[in-house]
Design a protein around this ligand. Sequence first.
Ligand code: HAM
Length: 421
Amino acid sequence: MEFKKPRGTTDWYGSNLNKLNEIKLKLQNLAINFGFQEIVTPTFENLNLFKKSIGEVTDIAQKELYIFQDKKERWMALRPEGTSSVVRAYVEEKLFANKNNASKFFYILNLFRYERPQNGRLREFHQFGVEYLNVTNHLYDIECILLGNKIIEFFGLQKNVQLKINYLGNFVQRQEWMNKLKNYFDQYKDQLSDDSKNRLSTNPLRILDDKIDSKKDFVINAPKLNKFLNENDKKIFEDILNGLSTNNINYVIDHNLVRGLDYYTGIVFEFVYINSNSKIESTIIGGGRYSDLIKQTGGPNEIGLGFAMGLERLLIALEDINYNFQTNKTPEIVIGASSYESSLAALHYMNILRDNNIFVVMDFGNYKKDKNVKYAIKNKANYFIFIEDKDICNPKLNVENMINHNKELLTIDELLTRINK
Ligand code: HAM
């Protein structure tokens, strides 16, 4: 019987895995320097957590959740995103910082969405994300977007990235806007997809980010939310934009940017990568403010804010700009031996070298010297040692420097001193 991995999933190994690990490490360091602490939540949670927080009438909740019943017939779902789980953990574990400070968490998680797989759209993928919980003023919004921008610059992607930004206001303003949108889209009902027709009565806002309908002129020209914002909200939006300009961050305001999740209120943003050849756009980072999610999850009346970045999409963008990934680590030493007995002596030396943190490998069962030399060259080792039967009891090792091909007889201590220099 032949088994294949499920569609839209990836086997990670070799240089791709090295690249993934490299970006994870770099992002981890960046987040720590911005004062975030790492958090890891369970791979699956109660289904209702996601349905309630993401919104029942979103593509993620309606079509993309991996759902199962456990043996006690409780409905569970594989996590499709990190925010709902981090907020749940914040409330459940009471991870509250002091009154005036936000608790700041970052995460690197694998997530699951039943989407139609294509380049940069997978069924199991990874996100790096940050969440600020108990946000007290709009400096946090500015800092959060600055971190997104810092990541883009850190990886050298800024030339191909555009920051899109919008302000969604509160749920009351949103409701007024949705009523207006419903009346407006009613006129174009016959031009809407079946999915969008259903959304007309439940959540017309989702028509704005429908993958197909969002490209249609009447959707692009639909009524905008900013007409429903009050003076205070307009001022907050302006303050955030000014904060970005003061920090030399370029942005475009996109009034139709609503994001695919229902919990957002206030600022929303996306960093969009534009492929240098195909010019195809792909959102690498998406985020915004959520005012009701913490309370709705059973916690205090506090505001949250954050973003997440797709790591597979980041890797695609990095390939596009020919990012200089660290090359694979190569062994310091290759040891060869002429027989089974001399291989045992070699194992003894390998143990000592490894105790001293030295990367050393051996091609077991290969007893030919020339073949062992080839193995050392292939592995790009700096030193090559060959042990013959007559040398088993000799405390001096035959060491060849593979860069200048100098040959020396060295004790293990002399070799260690040489390498550590
Ligand atoms: P999101 O826009 O659904 O937001 O996802 C964020 C990023 O994850 C996307 O911009 C994209 O790079 C990546 N992504 C999403 N779906 C896929 C997929 N199927 N395959 C590959 N990559 C994907 C959220 O998840 C929010 N929780 C972000 C957030 C955090 N908002 C506030 N805090």
